[in-house]
Design a protein around this ligand. Sequence first.
Ligand SMILES: Cc1cc2nc3c(=O)[nH]c(=O)nc-3n(C[C@H](O)[C@H](O)[C@H](O)COP(=O)(O)OP(=O)(O)OC[C@H]3O[C@@H](n4cnc5c(N)ncnc54)[C@H](O)[C@@H]3O)c2cc1C
Length: 470
Amino acid sequence: MKNPGFLDACRDAIGTAHVITGDTDKAAYLTDQRQRYTGQALAIVKPADTTEVAAIVKLCNEFRIPIVPQGGNTGLVLGSVPDQSGQAIVLSLKRLNRIRAVDPLNNTITVEAGCILQHIQEAAAAAERLLPLSLAAEGSCTIGGNLSTNAGGTAVLRYGNTRELCLGLEVVTAQGEILHGLRGLRKDNTGYDLRDLYIGAEGTLGIITAAVLKIFPQPQVQLTALAALQTPADALRLLSLAQQRCGATLTGFELMSDLCLQLVAKHFPQLPFPFTERHPQYVLLELSDSEPAPHANTLLEAVIGAALEQEICQDAVLATSTTQSRALWQLRESISSAQAKEGKNIKHDISLPISRIAEFIAVTDALLQQHFPDCRNVTFGHLGDGNLHYNVSPPLGVSEETFIARQAEINRLVHDSVDSMDGSISAEHGLGALKREEILRYKSAVEMALMKTIKRALDPLHLMNPGKVT
Ligand SMILES: Cc1cc2nc3c(=O)[nH]c(=O)nc-3n(C[C@H](O)[C@H](O)[C@H](O)COP(=O)(O)OP(=O)(O)OC[C@H]3O[C@@H](n4cnc5c(N)ncnc54)[C@H](O)[C@@H]3O)c2cc1C
């Protein structure tokens, strides 16, 4: 072994049982969520608390061992798995899973990085509060991973990304020092915002060990409607109308093309399609309100009524019970699984200025048809915050292998189109190892140089998650 004594020192620091070196036991931590890549690691190291994390990071500095922080390993850009060298440790935060405090008066919850997102939502609900961060991986992703990727999810329109939900952080720096920043303050202008450096850094600057998060009074009611429309441009008109009429009660606005719902119908036939005929586009709207139900009902009926009258939408259904509302959300949440059942596809997690989304879809769909005739666009996403899942499936009858072999060309076409409209090639998932090269084409030399300067300043030995982001 190249670094004799390192693993024994780790065992002394946190206990033998928590330094995993057996190949079978390591395996679960080495392959990414979508099973596209398997790396190698010296060991999986699982400290129990912040002091133990700091001790391990100090040892890594002493022995020059790279560190790959890992939470739930649900990330989609190969950020949480090590490279093939076998030199790094995977530092799993999963044992840091305590809710440290709930403060309903300050509307904050203080949690450790390895807490599963769903458990934090439940702890907030027990205090009659809402943690609005919500995503399909919430049963297995951790808040440390959510913060490190600045995760989005379904409620960004109203509450913002994870960054907006975080008031304070506790971090173990790349040198193994503990940065105590667990402040539950909404105003604190005392110099550079170090917290914001670590959020979204994908584990390349330090290790988040705990956070203070904002929580909110729970809404009394949540109402959902599904509107059927002709075009994405109509969806934008509906968004504008709904924002004007509903203000902050509008908490969800999801676009789905008809092909998305056709795939859901094919692979999940038990989920009822609520219209008698098909339409080119659909929008799922959600209102969350602190008033009794009739208030939100009136608002939603008024929006849909106006949209029908102005011929923005052709048909609509309003959920009149939680069960009906769940059924509508299930259609939206089943799209990814339906597309996976249909076969391999090429995914793009992109964002655009909301005002340019219809133009982007029209232009990029046409370009794709020109270069890859009959490819199938499965376009859906959080339209209310400008985030599209712009996924491309092979034409019917074309083998997945033939199509996937052209992935680089398709990515290039889509990303260039995004860039030409001032968008981002990674809205939610980060860069990880997957988009590290690709981003060089789209970020300016000045931006990249500043990012590298920050990386050198905070992690001069380049031990934190090497090969990711910068
Ligand atoms: C079904 C499904 C749906 C998803 N939906 C969404 C969605 O709607 N929106 C969205 O934004 N993402 C989504 N994701 C992506 C993923 O769930 C998120 O990126 C999530 O925030 C990752 O959390 P995790 O604990 O699994 O982190 P991991 O995958 O373990 O790690 C992600 C990154 O963060 C780093 N990291 C993890 N913990 C720490 C820490 N404590 N300190 C420093 N660095 C750390 C890792 O090194 C890695 O770079 C989805 C994924 C799946 C599988």
